[in-house]
Design a protein around this ligand. Structure first.
Ligand SMILES: [Zn+2]
Length: 883
């Protein structure tokens, strides 16, 4: 509503301004109307009235349609990349630089309005040798729903603007998320486009978060694909034009201990990084790139969808020619502004809806994951699967399509009788409208309820990219769109006969286990071998789920009921409804305590008190001393820094810490042992990969353990140069600040709101990679708000242990003195890596033996939580006086 008021008042104002021009020439000089007075320039140089009239006349006289360029079938190993819409000039330049670097040709579909706003950028794209094509006036979506006259005006105006600026007329047109109906294709043809373009793949910037992800994405591309990157327009512009209130959403202060040097838009950066990864993966995969127009010859013609509405628009043409100048301008502007608002709102809606994503991994800390199944056509397979699931005690989710409910009602009943969950499978036809999708879902839902007695709110589209329309429909109905993180049955495996063959290709060597919240999907109607799906369901459980449990010869979930370390496989809906474990990711930063969001400014550590503070807040290690790994400190300085690695305390207390990062298979075993003995620990996280498994990190915090930082990429502060033998910093100050901010931000967005017994589990403790320190590194840590640097008294090197007894011995030496007394304040440095295979067992043995001791036994220790000891006012210096 607000927008409408703004638009109307603008139009009125402009109207008044123009009347002023005609009747009171002095009005024009008045400063009030100044900004809008070059409207006449827009009107003249970008005036497309003649083109519009011509196009509308053409539509009347000819039924010719533009062809649709789609994925090329030529079989050549090439793809066409398109960029849809424009983003800010700086980001565009970075994209152009990347294309140049990777020697890639691209097609830029630019929208008329942004081209008018930023002509230089468009000229630069052209100069760089790429093709410029038309993305309509504003890149608005669902253009098939607009009256045809409006569409013709839109196309023609965009075309005129691009022509004026680039001195060239685009041949191709692309509309954003639009069904190319007959009518649209006629309109396009009438406006001078031979073809419209339909992409078959869109780059998902969020998913393209690593080179590996890019490789996987490119690996799945089909040769001949038209791959599109949607660039977001600058949504802030309109706010400035309204000149009233700032409608931008409040931007959270950049989370992290230290604010990152914040550039205008993180989204843009993310897009650019994603594009770079994409280009690297493309060249690695030996694809060549082509312009979309090169695909025109070998693209298959699409059969356009029939439409019923043909607007009365043509009648309006004559009238519009007789419009007075004033009315023409006013209507031009009104339309321009209205559509501008519609356009922006559409984008805004799109970004809101980006949260309406397919659930591929459920954000949960429950030790559970899901199997989903689809495809009822082969009864033998379905029966085999049901038998196996029954034997394994697994309840799963089966997605059924409408046609399957009709054709195989008995099979469906059997699935339901077996206690499995049912969801709806949909396969929207190309160009299906929102209404059609909506009624399919509602019809299926009704049928399930009435004929089979089950209610569901789960929907899955078993193959093909889910369109925004489908997502919106599912969301608006209150249903959940379920995807998968592991797709067991892949096209290339159709004729595979053994589960081992398939396993090797799905999981590779590096995927040791599945994870909490994952969804594993199986298609039952695909393999030539009828037993293969059943085999895989069993083997995946055995090798990738059961291996997560802590199962030693003396403590195994199979015969110890209190061993709760086994993950369960349950229906998707059950995991989603278990709100005790479900969480919001990323964390809502407004709920995070101020202390965790603050930067280091209140610490007031400067050159005067730096050394005094460092000696209070650094808990060292005996191998880190004046000749080794202490770059930048003088000999005098190093004497003031701790080398004991023991926490300053009179209690018989030790501390257990784990470094780096692992998988559910390694971390879950550790968590179970800690839970079994009811002891807290601190996990110093190497954050590089945590975003791939936030559920696991969140679980650690939820179980009452401290989370500390161990850097993002494990670069030590200092290394020894092998040539000179001298110690050198590995990063400069700015790089180090950046690294720490990145790392902390990841921890914050996954665990920032986790409190146990009223205390946050995230800490501002840092463990230096390799334990090496430098003066500069410690300065940066203080500057960025870290409070304690915690190395430790016992390097166990557990990942190198050859067997349990060997590790046991090392740990015991770390915990007890030669006299068998507890080393008060000892910190064990252990690892959560998969390679640290004996760590959980060795700890279990240590803690079991300790529990068996009498309380009066001086060798009995308790396990402390670092955040209870490293509090305000703690000082590591005074430990000498303690003795
Ligand atoms: Zn480490």
């Amino acid at each position: 509503m607000k927008n409408k008021i703004i638009v109307s008042s603008l139009v009125l104002f402009i109207g008044a301004c123009l009347i002023g021009i005609f009747f009171f020439k002095d009005f024009f000089i008045a400063p009030t109307g100044g900004d809008y007075c070059n409207i006449t320039d827009i009107e003249s140089s970008y005036n497309a009235e003649a083109e519009i009239a011509q196009a509308l006349a053409k539509m009347k006289s000819s039924q010719d349609k533009a062809t649709v360029i789609m994925r090329s079938n030529s079989g050549q190993r090439r793809i066409a990349i398109t960029f849809d819409g424009l983003t800010d000039g700086t980001s565009m330049q970075q994209i152009l630089d990347l294309l140049k670097k990777h020697n890639v040709k691209a097609t830029f579909f630019v929208d008329g309005m942004q081209t008018a706003e930023d002509p230089q950028t468009v000229v630069n794209i052209k100069k760089a040798g790429h093709k410029i094509e038309n993305y309509s006036l504003l890149g608005i979506s669902k253009m098939e729903t607009l009256p045809v006259e409006r569409v013709v005006k839109d196309f023609s105006r965009a075309q005129k603007i691009i022509k004026v600026i680039t001195d060239q007329e685009p041949n191709l047109l692309k509309c954003n998320d639009t069904n190319y109906t007959d009518q649209l294709l006629q309109a396009a043809k009438a406006c001078g486009f031979n073809s419209v373009v339909k992409s078959d793949v869109f780059l998902n910037v969020k998913q393209m978060n690593s080179l590996l992800a890019a490789d996987t994405f490119v690996g799945k591309l089909k040769p001949g694909s038209i791959l599109s990157v949607k660039l977001k327009p600058n949504t802030e512009k309109i706010v400035n034009e309204s000149g009233k209130t700032d409608l931008r959403p409040a931007i959270d202060k950049q989370p992290g201990l230290k604010e990152l040097p914040q550039e205008a838009n993180l989204g843009e950066k993310e897009t650019i990084a994603a594009v770079e990864r994409l280009l690297i993966a493309i060249s690695k995969a030996n694809y060549t790139t082509a312009y979309v127009e090169d695909f025109a010859a070998d693209s298959s013609m699409q059969n356009p969808v029939k439409t019923t509405f043909f607007q009365n628009s043509i009648n309006n043409v004559k009238e519009s020619i007789h419009y007075s100048f004033f009315i023409k301008i006013a209507s031009f502007l009104q339309e321009e502004f209205t559509s501008l608002f519609i356009g922006r709102t559409a984008y805004a809606a799109e970004s809101v809806n980006s949260e309406v994503q397919e659930i591929k991994v459920i954000s949960t800390t429950e030790p559970a994951l899901s199997y989903t199944f689809g495809g009822l056509a082969n009864e033998t397979v379905v029966n085999d699967v049901l038998t196996r699931l029954h034997r394994l005690g697994i309840k799963a989710t089966f997605f059924v399509a409408e046609v399957e409910m009709k054709k195989y009602p008995e099979t469906l009943r059997r699935i339901i009788e077996n206690g499995h969950e049912i969801g709806i499978a949909i396969r929207p036809k190309d160009g299906e409208t929102a209404d059609e999708t909506r009624s399919t879902i509602l019809r299926d839902s009704k049928k399930l309820q009435e004929q089979f007695g089950v209610a569901t709110n789960l929907v899955k589209q078993p193959w093909g990219a889910v369109s925004d329309t489908t997502k919106e429909v599912i969301f608006s109905l209150g249903y959940k769109l379920i995807g998968q993180s592991v797709n067991v049955v892949q096209n290339k495996h159709k004729d595979y006969t053994s589960a081992n063959q398939v396993m090797a290709e799905i999981f590779g060597k590096s995927m040791l286990s599945l994870a909490r919240g994952q969804i594993v999907h199986f298609r039952m109607d695909y393999y030539a071998n009828d037993r293969l799906v059943g085999d895989l369901a069993e083997i995946i459980k055995q090798r990738k789920v059961d291996n997560i449990a802590y199962a030693t010869f003396y403590d195994n979930p199979a015969n110890n009921l209190s061993n709760d370390s086994q993950y369960t496989i349950k229906p998707v809906g059950e995991i989603l409804n278990n709100t005790r474990f479900i969480y919001r990711y990323p964390v809502d930063l407004t709920t995070v305590s101020a202390h965790l969001k603050n930067d280091g400014s209140e610490q007031m550590i400067d050159t005067h008190n730096f050394l005094a503070e460092a000696s209070k807040r650094y808990i060292g290690n005996r191998d880190v001393n004046d000749n080794n790994n202490m770059l930048g400190f003088s000999k005098m300085d190093t004497r003031r820094l701790d080398k004991s690695g023991l926490i300053h305390t009179k209690d018989n207390v030790i501390f257990i810490t784990f470094d780096d990062w692992g998988t559910d298979a390694s971390v879950n075993k550790i968590l179970y042992v800690l839970r079994k003995h009811n002891v807290p620990a601190t996990f110093f996280i190497l954050t590089h990969n945590v975003v791939n498994n936030p559920n696991l990190l969140r679980t650690i915090a939820m179980q009452g353990h401290n989370i500390g930082d161990h850097s993002d990429k494990h670069k030590p502060m200092v290394v020894r140069d092998p040539k000179t033998g001298k110690q050198v910093n590995t990063q400069d100050k700015e790089e180090y600040i950046q690294e720490l901010a990145t790392s902390y931000q990841k921890l914050l967005t996954i665990t920032g709101d986790v409190n146990v017994n009223g205390k946050p589990m995230l800490t501002k403790f840092f463990r230096p990679p390799t334990l090496a320190i430098s003066k500069m590194g410690i300065e940066v840590l203080f500057e960025t708000g870290y409070e304690f640097i915690v190395s430790g008294s016992c390097n166990t090197n557990d990942y190198r242990a050859k067997n349990v007894p060997q590790l046991e011995k090392i740990i015991e030496d770390g915990v007890y003195t030669e006299n068998g007394e507890v080393r008060k304040g000892a910190i064990l440095v252990l690892h959560m890596l998969d390679s640290a295979a004996y760590t959980a067992i060795a700890l279990d043995i240590l803690l079991t033996a300790n529990e068996a001791k009498a309380d009066s036994d001086p060798s009995k220790f308790k396990v402390g939580r670092l955040s209870d000891y490293l509090i305000d006012g703690y000082s590591q210096i005074s430990r000498k006086s303690l003795k």
